[in-house]
Structure formats: C-alpha cells, structure tokens
Design a protein. Structure first.
Length: 368
C-alpha cells in the first residue's frame, strides 16, 4: 500500500495522543513552500541530516577531542543517541517522534570545536571584543536559519516553527538559559531536553570508564548504579565484572531514567521525578569531580581553549584571512563588531581537527 501525505497525517491523528503536536497543525515555515509528499517534521529531519553542519559534528569534541580515540563519543554520536532516546520516550508517551528527532538532530549544530571548553573560550573572547558572547543553542538556531546555504530563494534550512522553538528553548544543566519565544514549550521539545541529559550523563560515564580516568569504585556507592546492578543480577545472574557488565549497567541506568519520565508524566509537563533529579545530581557530582575536572580531560580541553583564543585574536588582527562569505560586504573598513560576528560563525563551525590545522599553519608562518 502506498501512503500519501494526507494518509500519513490521518495515521498521526489516529495514533498520537491528543497532547502531541500533529504535522497538520504545524505553524508552518518562515518561507512558504510548495506541497510535499513528506510530513513537515520528516522534511525537517531530512534537511538536517543532509546539511554540512551535521556532517561536521563527527569531528567535534563531546568530552575527548575527536582525534584522541576511535571509541569515544563525538558530538555526532552524542546527537544520534539523543535522537534515539527522544524517539523512545515519544513513542511511549504518544508524542510526535519526527518532531522530537528533528530537534534532537539539530540541537548541537552550533556547538564549536572542543566542546564546552570551546564554548566558554568563544563566549569570553567575544565579550572582550564588546560583543554579546556565545551560546551554542542560539548558534544552532542561527545555523539552521541563516548559515546553511542550500536553497536559491532563502538562507538556512527553513525548518518548521516548532523545530525552531525547540532549539531556542533547549536547555539542560550544561546550558545558559534558552531564549524564551513566549508560550508553552511543546512536550516534544521537553522530551529532547531530558533525552540530552540522559545521553550525556550515561555516555560520558561510559567514556570515563573506558578511558580509565573514572573507576567503578567511584560509582558503586551511587543510588542509580546500585539499582542498576540489582537489575543486572536479576536478569543475568552472576556475570564477570568486565566491559560487557559495565555496558549492561549503564544501559539499565538509561532504562531507569526513561521509565521514570514515563511514570512521572501527568500531561502537564515532561520531567524527572524529584527522586530521579537527586539521583542524577549524585551521579553528575561524581562525573565532575573524578572525570570532567580530571587533569587528563582538562589538559586536552585547555589546549583547545587556548587554540580558539589564539586563532580568534589572529583573525581580528588579520581579517583578510577570514573567508569572505563570513564577512558579508567585505573586510576593508569593517568594524570590530562585524568582523567578530563573522569570526564567531567561522570558528564555531570548525571541527577540532580543522581548527588545529589552522593554528599549526599560521604558527609555522610565524603569524601566531
């Protein structure tokens, strides 16, 4: 059987919960487009996956710089995990999976190289230049509204308003406050916020254990670790305490977090229970103390932070080295503000590897 767009909209209406965002009720796009065979949020997801900014996430830091090891998460694999968890939660709550997936796939498109260290470096140096600073959630929105150039009649990807709202209001414990566009955040956007927190808490824990910086001894006293170990024992019995066991324990913690959201949902907001909030906080305190602030992680990220600041200052001195597409009408006579704004977009879009190569190139030339 072949389904038309209208058939798919009817299926949504039949199977999704009354509080879900339906494609047929979308607020539309900034630039009107002709009809499509796809549902609007499907089209958004497809556009995000096919854009250059999405591909560059593969070489951007999650915790470890992308060139440190093959098995550590990158910003891309983090994004895919957030999308998977978002779909899982939406399916159980009867929400629109396509909308949540589109927000999840785009939520880190504006992240600069070297993770949150890179974000802090850009924020600091932009403020020193008299600019507003840097916030990656709003940069993600800028990427999809302005910076991607794939269509002849508009800048950006022209995503649905609901996806843009989800990006503008995206917020986890890592983030500065999202910009309030007014009104209530739809449930699908709330799901992505929590899925992001579930993903990075658990995969950072996994990467910390894999690296040897974090030890099981650091975690075994936490409530979620103990609950998960009990579930593993019930399901598998006594098994070797090896990498497979660690993987199963972390997987069960993800299950416990998702299950808590589903059981807590009361059709007014998507959230963790108060008990789960406390349990996640307990885990994250360990992650900060033993992993994020460890010498091994900090040294790598401090190098990235220093490279971003050095390159930014170099380009401010030599704006003719900045690709012209980031400076609009041209460099000559451009104000520091215009140059800094273009630099923000240029550097935030770089991968770890490309930024490092630029620093090495200009250092060899004696210009850094």
């Amino acid at each position: 059987m072949i389904y038309t767009k209208e058939d798919l909209e009817k299926l949504e209406k039949k199977h999704l919960a009354p509080y879900a965002v339906l494609s047929e009720n979308s607020k539309g796009r900034v630039h009107e487009e002709k009809g499509s065979t796809r549902l609007c949020f499907q089209k958004d997801r497809d556009r995000i996956i096919h854009c250059k900014s999405f591909r560059r996430l593969d070489e951007k830091t999650q915790v470890f710089p992308a060139f440190v090891g093959d098995h550590y998460r990158t910003r891309l694999t983090h994004t895919l995990e957030v999308a998977q968890i978002s779909r899982d939660i939406c399916r159980r709550l009867g929400l629109n999976e396509d909308l949540a997936e589109a927000i999840a796939l785009a939520h880190d498109l504006g992240h600069p190289p070297f993770g949150h260290a890179g974000e802090e470096a850009l924020d600091e140096i932009l403020r020193e230049a008299g600019e507003k600073g840097f916030e990656h959630n709003m940069q993600s929105k800028r990427v999809v509204e302005k910076l991607e150039k794939l269509y002849p009649n508009f800048d950006g990807l022209n995503l649905s308003i609901e996806v843009l709202e989800g990006l503008a209001k995206h917020q986890t414990s890592w983030d500065q406050d999202g910009v309030d566009l007014g009104g209530h955040m739809h449930f699908e956007g709330q799901v992505v916020n929590l899925a992001d927190e579930i993903a990075y808490t658990n995969h950072d824990m996994d990467d910390g254990l894999r690296s040897g910086i974090l030890d099981v001894e650091d975690l075994k006293g936490t409530s979620l670790w103990k609950k998960s170990c009990r579930l593993i024992l019930e399901e598998y019995g006594e098994i070797p305490l090896d990498d497979v066991w660690k993987s199963r324990v972390i997987s069960k913690i993800i299950f416990l977090m998702i299950d808590d959201i589903v059981k807590t949902f009361d059709e007014t907001c998507v959230c963790f229970s108060e008990e789960m909030v406390d349990e996640i906080r307990e885990l994250r305190e360990i992650l900060f103390e033993k992993f994020y602030l460890s010498t091994q992680v900090k040294d790598q990220l401090d190098k990235g932070r220093d490279m971003i600041k050095s390159l930014f200052k170099f380009y401010l001195r030599c704006p003719d080295k900045i690709p012209s597409k980031y400076l609009g009408a041209g460099v000559a006579g451009g104000s520091v503000g215009i140059i800094a704004e273009g630099l923000k977009d240029y550097i935030a879009g770089m991968t770890d590897r490309f930024l490092q190569k630029q620093v090495e190139k200009y250092a060899k030339m004696g210009e850094l």
